[in-house]
Design a protein around this ligand. Structure first.
Ligand code: B4P
Length: 186
């Protein structure tokens, strides 16, 4: 978890590879569908371009199908999911069904000024439609309203691991790895 631009996607890919499990990024799946112009992509694009979350029903079904795939049987890392309280409950139900359990919830914390700079840089590099100044502001608001409350939910469950997301990508990775290695050993 973490606000837009915290580096979730960047870290998720590296960390999942180290553990030999798939990184399941809802943002990436939506973007792939947008690129292929699928029905899901057409629906998701309307929300993403406005900085809003894609409706829970659509997102939950997509994740449910994805974690049922064979490569996720031994475990997976979720990037950008859950983002709402409804998604938290749905995920609980999904993993009860598959027999997985949540080992840890990593939150990347980054100063808001740095987030803006990162997303503007990404806008220039990748040209993402949701990286304009106005949409970035809306995404930050949506995160505060809908996703920040999840931090307390997972803290109460004893699963939360807060990681400083400032610094070089490698430094952040090592911070995450050292925490997750302790979780794995306990
Ligand atoms: P995401 O794709 O999850 O996008 P994000 O929050 O903007 O990015 P992230 O934090 O992963 O940042 P990144 O690593 O790229 O979601 C996009 C949209 O999809 C959402 O707004 C929503 O509409 C929809 N969506 C996704 N999941 C959903 C859900 N569960 N429910 C409903 N809707 C959903 O890093 C950002 C930039 O920083 C990159 O350019 C990177 O190179 C740079 N960076 C990373 N680490 C750095 C570091 N340490 N130092 C300097 N720069 C760094």
């Amino acid at each position: 978890m973490g606000p837009p631009g915290a580096g979730k996607g960047t870290q998720a890919e590296i960390v999942a590879e180290r553990f030999g499990i798939p990184a399941i990024s809802t943002g990436d799946i939506f973007r792939a569908n947008v690129a292929e112009n699928t029905e899901l992509g057409i629906e998701a694009k309307r929300y993403m371009d406005a900085g809003e979350y894609v409706p829970d029903a659509v997102t939950n079904l997509m994740v449910r199908n994805r974690i049922d795939e064979e490569d996720a049987a031994k475990g997976f890392l979720l990037d950008g999911y859950p983002r709402t309280l409804d998604q938290v409950e749905e995920l609980d139900g999904m993993i009860r069904h598959t027999g997985h359990r949540l080992d840890a919830v990593v939150v990347l914390t980054v100063d808001p000024g740095e987030l803006g700079a990162r997303l503007s840089a990404r806008a220039q590099k990748e040209g993402r439609a949701d990286d304009t100044e106005e949409v970035i502001r809306r995404r930050q608001e949506v995160y505060t309203e809908q996703t920040e409350p999840l931090i307390d939910v997972y803290r109460k469950r004893g699963l939360l691991r807060e990681v400083d997301g400032l610094g070089e990508v490698d430094e952040v990775t090592e911070r995450i790895m050292s925490i997750l290695t302790q979780v794995e050993e306990s």
